[in-house]
Design a protein around this ligand. Structure first.
Ligand SMILES: [Zn+2]
Length: 452
């Protein structure tokens, strides 16, 4: 039998009407199970007028209330460490994990059992297999193996596929680069930012990554895996193909993956999730091709029912046929486009960190950068971009001036001061890079909420 490009050939190519019939059945089962086992979620449903048996299928999903992170967090704080969200006794769990707890937010803690972990690995298998990883591969994980869920599930997916795992936890960047080259890793898993960091380290050590055995990178943990300029840079510096994935600790695993046709986005694993896209202000659904907020319902997690969870992620859904791989799973064009609360308004112009990165990364010489917002003369908002760029001579360098011009052009003429930072002075990240600091005295723009 010829090898299939799909992990689950039947499901990944199922016609839309049959896929939706399957999802309607799974939704009914999920609600029955929630009413029977998860009193907190069941009460929320009843408060919204939903009773057992009243949801017939996908068409009724919009009647369910949204679950917001703040509500989940408040419930957890009242009843730590997990809050009232569990549908099974703690004794049945086999692992505790948390969100990464970056960007000043407290971490959410979650539990999963044996069956959940099988499912978590299965979701990663869609991605690994779909991007061409096979049993003969050797997979290096540049990952800390701590309480943050991150690539844990991917490690189990490799075991399921029969691939050899090189667990690169608790190691310096130098040790990681040396190990993955010496052990002939063919696949590397990391965040996009850390993939670039390892490439810098390799250059410093005189190690030729494009000449190494690495042929694929599986990226996760940050939106940049689908920013074209960042991805192109990673692919060039590693001499390998880079595939994007995205998930959330709240869901236990990944929700979407890029197939090896690399459509410039990620297929949603639609038999295990329902992904709605809504206008973050009006909550109304937005059509294909329009930017909105992801709202996710998961069929897989056995410890925590997740119904209509508002992710805060900005996405743009397009039909499956945008990709030539034959999957019927719809695509998030450009992966995760950013966060709903990422947008900054500077002198009336919208600035998204992702859009700035998309331009800055076109300059291959830029090793790291930071966006800094501040108030000048006590009244004027300014934006400066600090870049570590060994090729630039100083602030007046034409390369930096050109970068400033390109940034302004993409932002209705807004002035960006591009300044050179001394090598090694900007923060480095292994996980969830934070490249924007806002030190403005007053946040003036519309649509922005200042977190106090
Ligand atoms: Zn595809």
């Amino acid at each position: 039998m010829p090898e299939t490009p799909y992990w689950n050939p039947h499901i990944e190519t199922l016609a839309r009407d049959r896929l939706d019939a399957l999802r309607s059945r799974k939704l009914r089962d999920l609600l029955d199970w929630t009413f029977a086992n998860a009193p907190w979620q069941a009460q929320r449903l009843r408060d919204a007028g939903i009773e057992p048996g009243s949801v017939r299928g996908l068409e009724d999903l919009p009647k369910l209330p949204f679950l917001e992170r703040a509500e989940w967090m408040a419930a957890q704080e009242e009843d730590p460490p997990y809050g009232p969200v569990l549908a099974r006794p703690v004794e049945d769990a086999i692992r505790h994990h948390t969100t990464s707890g970056t960007s000043g937010r407290r971490a959410l803690a979650v539990l999963d059992g044996t069956k959940d972990w099988e499912w978590i690995a299965e979701m990663w298998c869609y991605a690994f297999w779909g991007f061409g990883v096979r049993a003969a591969d050797t997979v290096f994980f540049a990952f800390g193996y701590g309480t943050f869920l991150g690539f844990w599930g991917a490690q189990y997916a490799c075991e399921k596929l029969g691939a050899l795992v090189l667990p690169g936890g608790n190691m310096t960047t130098e040790a990681r680069v040396r190990m993955l080259v010496e052990c002939d890793a063919t696949v590397v898993c990391s965040t996009p930012t850390y993939a670039l960091r390892m490439a810098q380290e390799a250059r410093k050590l005189g190690i030729d990554l494009p000449g190494s055995a690495v042929s694929r990178l599986i990226l996760s943990g940050e939106p940049a895996g689908s920013i074209p300029a960042t991805k192109a840079l990673i692919e060039e510096q590693w001499g390998a193909k880079a595939g994007d994935t995205a998930g959330m600790t709240e869901l236990g695993t990944i929700v979407m993956f890029e197939c090896d046709h690399q459509p410039g986005g990620a297929h949603i694993i639609e038999d295990h999730y329902v992904e709605e896209v809504v206008d973050p202000q009006t909550d109304e659904p937005v059509p294909y091709g329009e930017l909105g907020e992801r709202v996710v319902t998961s069929f897989g997690r056995g410890f925590i029912p997740v119904l209509r969870y508002r992710t805060g992620d900005l996405v743009c859904k397009v039909p499956a046929d945008r990709c030539g791989c034959g999957r019927t799973f719809d695509i998030y064009d450009g992966g995760i486009r950013g966060r709903v609360d990422d947008m900054k308004v500077i002198r009336g112009t919208n600035v998204y960190p992702r859009a700035v990165e998309a331009i800055v990364r076109r300059v291959a010489d830029v090793e790291e950068f930071q966006i800094h917002l501040y108030t000048a003369d006590g009244r004027r908002d300014e934006v400066e971009v600090l870049v570590e760029c060994p090729g630039a001579s100083g602030d007046g360098d034409p390369l930096l001036a050109e970068l400033g011009r390109e940034l302004a052009e993409a932002h209705e003429g807004l002035r960006f001061a591009v300044r050179r930072a001394a090598p090694g002075t900007l923060p480095r990240f292994e996980l969830k890079a934070k490249r924007l600091t806002d030190e403005r005295e007053v946040w003036g723009g519309t649509g922005e909420r200042k977190a106090m």
